[in-house]
Ligand binder design. Structure first.
Ligand SMILES: [Zn+2]
Length: 305
């Protein structure tokens, strides 16, 4: 049960997401969680200057579930964000949904986002001639539009502190299954789980990865281009500790060159796990590479929070 550390409660009928940044009396910008004793006086939303208040960390019971609520900022009673405020979560989510009615469906609380049609395979090298939305396929729809929409959702969640800060606001829909967003879009806190899934080599639905395009280059053989990130996460693979790298590879340079280095990006394609060689490695711990192959430009896109 993912209950601890939820800054705003999402089990209620409406999804409540904290205001991610506030400005105090002295004009100091406060982000994320207000520290005890840090905030005093009148607080305003950093996006539109409407009144907000700081909620100190506390615990509460929902039924018999013990929930830790992290400190956060929320709208003061009776106040609303200005129309163009970037920190108005419900309005920003509704805007994304309105732009893609074929992809997003409103739920009583939050939204369901259609999982893109799978590449020919989720695991293994990509099929050479895969095209999204093959005519005649019962699940055919614009996978490219779905990925763009997911990129907008990822950007929105990043702006509000990451996808684990707004749980429940978005759900991925795969057939009749409702998938928790973090089980569908892996980010910097879930690369260990990503590697475990790739190691198992099976997973019921296609999934995406959110990473930082730290570096980019061309393979030694000159046949592919790559970008990716050496993450700060480690795991045990085949009984050995390994560092985790996330790499996106493409047989054409265009999709990789289109990214701005150092910025977040979203990838969707076919996965392969490259284990480190068994002989001793100079680098310690050795690197396990979670490699995502893409063969269409829309499978890799920049995420602009
Ligand atoms: Zn605001």
């Amino acid at each position: 049960m993912r209950a601890a550390g939820i800054p705003a409660l999402t089990v209620m009928a409406t999804v409540q997401v904290a205001v991610p940044a506030a400005i105090d009396d002295a004009g100091v910008l406060l982000r994320g969680q207000p520290a005890v004793g840090q905030v005093s006086g009148v607080l305003h939303c950093a996006g539109c200057r409407t009144l907000v208040e700081a909620v100190q960390p506390h615990e509460r019971m929902i039924g018999d579930l013990h929930v830790e609520v992290r400190g956060h900022f929320r709208l003061a009673p009776g106040h609303a964000h200005a129309v163009a405020c970037p920190f108005d979560f419900p309005r920003a989510a509704a805007r994304i949904a309105r732009a893609a009615p074929a992809i997003i469906r409103p739920l009583p609380a939050g939204y369901a986002v259609k999982v893109p049609d799978s590449p020919a395979r989720t695991f293994g090298p990509p099929a050479r001639a895969w095209r999204p939305g093959r005519a005649g396929s019962p699940s055919a729809f614009m996978a490219g539009e779905a990925v763009v929409t997911i990129g907008k959702v990822a950007a929105l969640l990043e702006r509000f502190g990451g996808q684990h800060v707004a749980p429940g606001a978005f759900t991925a829909a795969w057939g009749r299954q409702a998938i928790d967003w973090p089980e569908f879009c892996f980010d910097q806190v879930s690369y260990v789980e990503l590697v475990e899934r790739l190691h198992a080599g099976t997973w019921p639905w296609p999934f995406l990865v959110l990473f930082t395009a730290e570096r980019a280059g061309q393979s030694k053989a000159g046949t592919s281009w790559w970008t990716g990130q050496i993450t700060d996460q480690h795991t045990i693979l085949d009984g050995r500790p390994v560092a985790i790298r996330v790499t996106v590879r493409s047989h054409t340079p265009g999709p990789i060159r289109a990214l701005e280095l150092g910025r977040p990006a979203l990838g969707f394609g076919s996965w392969q796990l490259y284990r480190p060689p068994t002989q001793p490695q100079r680098r310690r711990p050795p690197i396990a590479d979670a490699v995502l192959w893409i063969n269409q430009p829309w499978q890799l896109l920049a995420v602009a929070p």
